[in-house]
Design a protein around this ligand. Structure first.
Ligand code: NAD
Length: 385
């Protein structure tokens, strides 16, 4: 048996953003706070959103100071804004960073406390202010997950907060908002979505529901990731990618992520590597480490991603998965830690701490092959070979 948690409403398709007033009316919101970032302001997306609301006679206010890979301090400023008036909903507009910020603001603005108090293994199920999530990247799937990730800047640790309280009440999934994502971010976020689907499928917490979502996500993402990287204006591929990232989010939120994500968060927190990029750096090495423990499942991933033929044996499909993941990183110009500019001495000085942080996030224990701290240290070091 599995408990599945999903948003109550999903508006999906090109132009879906125009449905925002109806969504607000259906949850009886009259005064929402829009939580977003400066890029959304520059791109004109915030203006567009506010004019849709104005035309429907809905008053709104904005908090535009969310930051990429949000920190506890950036959340506090948002909470202050939320408490400054009688807002009755939070609209999250942006990538995973803006959506995760909005989730933390909606919950902590109502229940108080510090991010540290909400971290895993606590499960926080009480609803804060209702959240309407409008993703502008095809990556995290945060619009459909019961997860938020906030960095504690004092300890350089990305804190994973989980529970139904962090699930948006509604998601508006409009691929047209992703056309403007630059190629580098398109690749990073796309690999993040692909990793969610793979990890949900091989996770020890996988279940028939999450499996069906993960496979559907991989079928959408596998054939379209390179296309959106090379041609951001390919609308068919952009639509497939955001549908895939939402489904991958649903899959992992109702199963779990595993070793890639567990080891990726500390790289992000210590060296400020965008989340999808640190996943990409780790995915081939972690897949190689884990493969033998779930060969049939990894082979299914290779087939769903169209990296292997339906008729390929499990062994052949797994081999193709590994080689394609390496090729994909090259095709998408994923830098090595060294090329990204990480200092090797500092990296090696914190590998042990990163491995311990990974373990305490709980994600590695969902991996088909559960690593020891020493094995995680070895994988981190392999990234430099
Ligand atoms: P992001 O939100 O940090 O965005 C990356 C950059 O792209 C930002 O500068 C942003 O302003 C810009 N951007 C966003 N949309 C754009 C658009 N349409 N056009 C042009 N630029 C645009 O990146 P992300 O990968 O979406 O989110 C990463 C964050 O999400 C990390 O903090 C990660 O830990 C978290 N995350 C959360 C979950 C979850 O379930 N809550 C899952 C995975 C990752």
């Amino acid at each position: 048996m599995s408990t599945i948690v999903l948003p109550r409403i999903m508006e999906v398709g090109g132009g879906a953003i125009t449905r925002l007033p109806q969504v607000l009316q259906s949850i009886r919101s009259k005064k929402p706070l829009i939580v977003t970032d400066k890029v959304m302001v520059q791109l004109g997306y915030l203006d567009k959103l506010q004019s849709i609301l104005q035309d429907a006679g809905i008053e709104s206010d904005v908090y535009t100071d969310t930051v990429p890979e949000p920190t506890a301090a950036s959340i506090q400023a948002g909470i202050k804004k939320m408490k400054s008036d009688r807002f009755d909903a939070v609209i999250a507009l942006g990538g995973g960073s803006a959506i995760d910020s909005a989730k933390a603001i909606a919950v902590m603005g109502k229940f108080g406390g510090t991010v540290n108090e909400y971290r895993f293994p606590r499960q926080f199920n009480e609803p804060g202010l209702p959240i309407i999530a409008i993703p502008t990247t095809a990556g995290t799937g945060s619009e459909c997950t019961r997860v938020t990730i906030i960095t504690d800047e004092k300890t350089d640790e990305k804190l994973l907060c989980i529970g139904a309280g962090f699930m948006p009440i509604a998601a508006i999934i409009d691929y047209e908002l992703t056309i403007s994502v630059p190629a580098r971010t398109t690749a990073d976020t796309g690999i993040d979505a692909m990793t969610h689907a793979i990890e949900a499928y091989v996770s020890q917490k996988a279940n028939p529901y999450s499996d069906s979502q993960a496979i559907a996500a991989m079928k959408l993402i596998g054939p379209n990731l390179r296309k959106v990287y090379h041609d951001g204006n390919n609308k068919v591929a952009r639509e497939a990618m955001i549908l895939g990232s939402t489904l991958a989010g649903i899959a992992f939120s109702n199963a779990s992520v595993a070793l890639v994500h567990g080891m990726s968060r500390p790289i992000g927190a210590f060296f400020h590597v965008p989340h999808g990029l640190s996943n990409a750096m780790l995915l081939p090495a972690v897949t190689r480490f884990s493969l033998d423990a779930a060969k049939e499942r990894y082979a299914e991933c290779a087939r769903a991603l169209t990296f292997a033929k339906p008729t390929d044996s499990d062994n052949v499909a797994c081999e193709k998965l590994l080689t394609t993941l390496v090729d994909l990183n090259e095709a998408l110009s994923v830098p090595t830690p060294e090329q990204f500019g990480i200092d090797k001495t500092r990296f090696f000085a914190v590998v042990e701490t990163m491995a311990k942080q990974a373990e305490s996030s709980g994600s590695p224990s969902n991996n088909p092959r559960v690593p020891t701290i020493a094995e995680m240290v070895t994988i981190y070091k392999q990234l430099w070979n």
